[in-house]
Write a protein that binds this ligand. Sequence first.
Ligand code: DP6
Length: 323
Amino acid sequence: MRTTTARAYPNIALVKYWGKADEELILPAAGSLSLTLDHFETTTTVVPAPDAETDVLELDGALADAGQTDRISTFLDHVRDLAGRDDRVLVRSRNSVPTGAGLASSASGFAALATAAAAAFDLDLAPRDLSRLARRGSGSACRSIPDGIAVWHAGDDASSFAETVPAPDMRMIIVTVNRARKAVSSREAMRLTAATSPFYSGWVSSTEDYLEQMVAACAAGDFTRIGEITESHALRMHGLIQSTVPPIRFLNPTSHAIFDAVAEARESGIEAYSTADAGPNVAVIVRPHDAEALAEKLSGFGDVRVVGPGPGAHLLTAADAVP
Ligand code: DP6
């Protein structure tokens, strides 16, 4: 074993993942497609601790709570199984975004941890197998293993991984409305949706349909169609989530105002489309040459950052280890 450090970036889905076909293997009910960002990275160092009895997790310099530590320990058990070893490790992770606020920090977190842990345990995994491994930590993390725009295939354990697909260049404007940790986790809210929403089966079949159209629109470089599907699919997801019992609402009045402002910008000739994950923050896709002007227009709603397609998860050198 050796000490390793990896970096990964969050991804924002344009066709969302919301619902599982298998809770333990984290297989999605339908495929999804996302853009991995070039900002808001997570850097994670895995240090072998052969004499320790438990794994230890340090998040942003502080010891993590039992819930977070258990979750990474369960993930590391899977890595240990693959490696045929039982060594415990110390994991030091640093996020450049607030954890749990709907900015996909679990995606960058588990993509970085999977990459660092696989190397620490000397597993030599092909990219698709590293994506499958990251999936076991958090479903959306499998899409932060490849670069740029990635499709995550639904399927069985062997066939459910993410890979890059051809797509036109674009920018994303992240409007951070609220940095607080969300009240309900995506995992819990997904479970509640499958268990209580009367619209769930329609959601799954319409997601499959949209994903097929989205992959075709990406291959054709059709930004308008990419945007239309992105915004429509996000609104369908939030409608679905509001239909749970009891209802959950992730969007707040500011989020809705941003969707409206983006629709207005479209009327005035800046073509852009909104999406939002399980939280109030909004991500807006736009053509590269319109990004700065639109970011300026949206700056009254919150912290605004223009980001582009980013690299997949990768190992760093020892000099970059998280202290
Ligand atoms: C709304 O990947 O965090 O961001 O697999 O249970 O860990 P688990 O869920 P997670 O869910 C992400 C949900 C989403 C949509 C998406 O990223 O596709």
